[in-house]
Design a protein around this ligand. Structure first.
Ligand SMILES: [Zn+2]
Length: 113
């Protein structure tokens, strides 16, 4: 491995360590194949990670929602007051961001071909 690549890897290790400390989590990702948003959704109010919860409505329908990990850190006491987000909304937002990136890349490529 070249010295330059080794240095880049050291920077990435540092960046991830800082990310874990800042956002109050212990893993950079968690089963990314089935749970790609784990450790990636950051609370706009308190800067900690959101966690996935399964909610069952009165009609028996399962919903996946994401909630700030600080919200009920102490049982029965509301910590962070930020509201939850539906997983469906996160998927839509992700796809919008991804499509914008891909479109920009195409614009970028056209400039050079
Ligand atoms: Zn929060």
């Amino acid at each position: 491995m070249s010295k330059r690549i080794w240095e880049c890897v050291q920077l990435e290790i540092k960046r991830r360590k800082k990310y874990l400390e800042e956002h109050g989590t212990n893993a950079y990702s968690h089963r990314p194949g089935s749970n790609p948003f784990a450790s990636k959704i950051i609370c706009g109010d308190c800067n900690k990670v959101f966690a996935r919860k399964g909610w069952r409505s009165s009609t028996g329908v399962d919903r996946k929602v994401w909630q700030c990990s600080e919200r009920y850190k102490v049982k029965g006491v509301m910590g962070c007051a930020n509201r939850h987000e539906e997983e469906e909304t996160l998927i839509k937002a992700y796809l919008m961001a991804w499509n914008a990136l891909v479109e920009n890349r195409e614009d970028f490529m056209e400039q050079w071909t």
